[in-house]
Design a protein around this ligand. Structure first.
Ligand code: HEM
Length: 529
């Protein structure tokens, strides 16, 4: 034993004597994780969260969330002599006078954008592969909570510097609060500590942004990862992989090394972007004054869809009993997002209800083998994308020489018409891909080699696929539709008949599939070849 090994052994023994960690570590460090690139998406969220904590802590040393009015006298000449809040002034100081300050601000902002991209793409991976199915429904709900928190946290973050862009966003938030019937104006007065914009809002959201929400994030992410640990990770189907095992690499050393390396890749990309790509140049916007809005004001991308929905709403208002209800803000700003997030959170249960499949699933679905789910996802994505496009309607109009009216009508019609089209097209694509799989299993791979037979006919030679591939393409289960009884034995409608009818219908639509190639079909065709 070398001296170094002896020292390491002594330290490990010292810690183990006091914590009993060795047994626990031995058991857990050899835990096996399945390997697939898409499983790294959750890690991108985790690492950018860590980067956010570190860079955000740096910013707290110099940012001053105060609404005290000051006259700027700092390093950025164009704003000298301009009245502004201390919060804006301190954000300018970080950008121009604190060493490394602008880099940290930009890293923090880029990390937030990457964090949200990571969350959304991770969510899509979980959704399209069916990883949310039993027993992972709770983790899905926690995930939807993290997504919601992420949106709010990001919004509060870019509202802090009190520049003209952030103030414009806060003004919209105030309008959404006020649109709530009866209590709206009270709520807004409560949040702003008086009339908008007031002196209280920035200090308040600062506490929420740096203390409350990060705390909740930490707690939720911990539970999220503990659940992944306890329930084990799902895996894609493949030879040797079953609902009961996990095929992959042990945590130590393989996964640890990969994860550590991946952290530095994420950090490197974020730092690179922070160093070379300007983001949120607040000095160009100027300080916030309620009377001004700069042209081309855009929220960060994860808020864009909400802005887009509000922008496209027709001017609907009701005046009754001395109250005004602004439907044009209430519906796109609160009701629609409320419905969207509730449906998203409940989706695992909705699917269970529709398919009647309440079993555990640890093997993932290939998206084509769950056409209805995949098509629904494409439909939701299309809706969000059209809204997001409309969130940038002014910029798109000026860049592509369109009028704002053309953009508006494209979005208003598109947001209703395009999602169902996306559903139908995606479902057809899934079924076509299933048909292609079936062909592949039964007739093999097209080689592109043409051969002329003795009697003159030309045929293309097909090569049989490997048994592993054939297994992969045929191992999935094709669920039979539900047949819940609508009538009892004497032909009388049972209670709940309507519900059963609806479930039967949905499950029939769910079960539409191209029958996968069976073993006997394969055998039969082998004889023909
Ligand atoms: C702060 C945000 C989040 C972090 C840090 C995070 C982190 C992770 C990590 C590291 C994993 C394991 C690796 C992987 O499957 O990618 C995971 C799995 C999972 N996440 Fe997230 N996640 C976040 C948000 C979400 C969201 C928004 C959802 C869905 C609404 C979600 C649902 C799930 C589910 C169901 C699993 C288990 C997947 C499986 O076993 O295949 N997560 N998460």
């Amino acid at each position: 034993m070398t001296a170094r090994e002896r020292i390491a052994g002594n330290v490990a023994g010292y810690v183990d004597d006091r914590t009993g960690a060795a047994k626990w570590m031995k058991k857990n460090l050899t835990k096996v994780f399945p390997d697939h690139w898409s499983f790294l998406l959750g890690e991108i969220c985790l690492y950018s969260f860590i980067i956010l904590l570190a860079s955000g802590t740096f910013l707290t040393f110099w940012f001053d969330p105060s609404m005290q009015e000051v006259v700027y006298d700092g390093a950025y000449a164009p704003l000298q002599g301009v009245e502004m809040s201390r919060a804006y002034e301190s954000a300018l100081e970080i950008s121009f006078e604190v060493r490394g300050g602008l880099l940290m601000r930009q890293i923090h902002h880029w990390a937030a954008l990457i964090f949200m991209v990571g969350i959304v793409v991770h969510l899509l991976r979980v959704y399209f592969t069916g990883a949310f199915r039993k027993p992972r429904e709770f983790n899905w709900i926690i995930g939807v909570g993290l997504l919601t928190l992420g949106i709010v946290e990001g919004f509060l973050g870019y509202s802090l510097p009190d520049d003209l862009l952030s103030g414009t966003g806060v003004r919209i938030a105030e309008a959404i609060m006020q649109a709530i019937p009866v209590v709206g104006s009270y709520l807004s007065y409560f949040a702003f500590g008086g009339a908008f914009p007031g002196y209280a809002f920035i200090p308040r959201i600062y506490t929420v942004h740096v203390l409350l929400l990060p705390g909740i994030f930490l707690a939720l992410i911990t539970v999220h990862l503990m659940l992944v640990w306890y329930q084990k990770h799902t895996q894609f189907p493949g030879p040797g992989r079953t609902e009961k095992n996990v095929v992959g690499y042990p945590l130590m050393p393989v996964y640890m090394a990969k994860a550590g390396g991946f952290f530095f890749i994420v950090f490197g990309v974020t730092a690179f972007l922070g160093a070379v790509a300007s983001i949120n140049p607040i000095w160009l916007y100027g300080p916030y004054t309620p009377g001004q809005v700069s042209a081309g004001s855009q929220p960060d991308w994860y808020m864009g869809w909400l802005d887009g929905l509000v922008r496209m709403a027709p001017p609907l208002e009701t005046h009754a009993l001395g109250f005004t209800i602004s439907w044009n803000i209430l519906i796109p700003g609160l009701i629609l997002p409320g419905i969207m997030f509730t449906l998203l959170a409940l989706y695992p249960f909705i699917e269970q209800w529709a398919t009647g499949d309440k079993r555990e699933h640890h093997l993932l679905d290939r998206p084509r083998n769950a056409p209805n789910r995949t098509a629904l996802g494409a439909m939701a994505l299309t809706f969000t994308l059209v809204s997001l496009i409309n969130g940038g309607n002014d910029i798109i109009a000026t860049h592509f020489d369109l009028t704002i009216n053309q953009m508006m009508w494209f979005s208003r019609i598109g947001v209703i018409v395009l999602p169902p089209i996306a559903f139908i097209v995606t479902k057809r694509i899934c079924l076509s891909l299933q048909r292609a799989d079936r062909e592949l299993v039964l007739h093999g791979r097209e080689t592109g080699r043409l051969v002329r037979l003795p009697h003159g006919e030309f045929v293309e030679v097909h090569e049989p696929i490997t048994p592993e591939k054939a297994w992969l393409l045929t191992s999935h289960e094709q669920l039979a539709p539900l047949e819940l009884p609508e009538f009892d034995q004497s032909g009388v409608r049972r209670p709940g008949a309507l519900k059963n009818k609806i479930r039967n219908r949905i499950s029939r639509a769910n079960a539409v599939a191209v029958p996968k190639a069976t073993e006997s079909e394969r055998k039969e065709l082998e004889g023909h070849h």
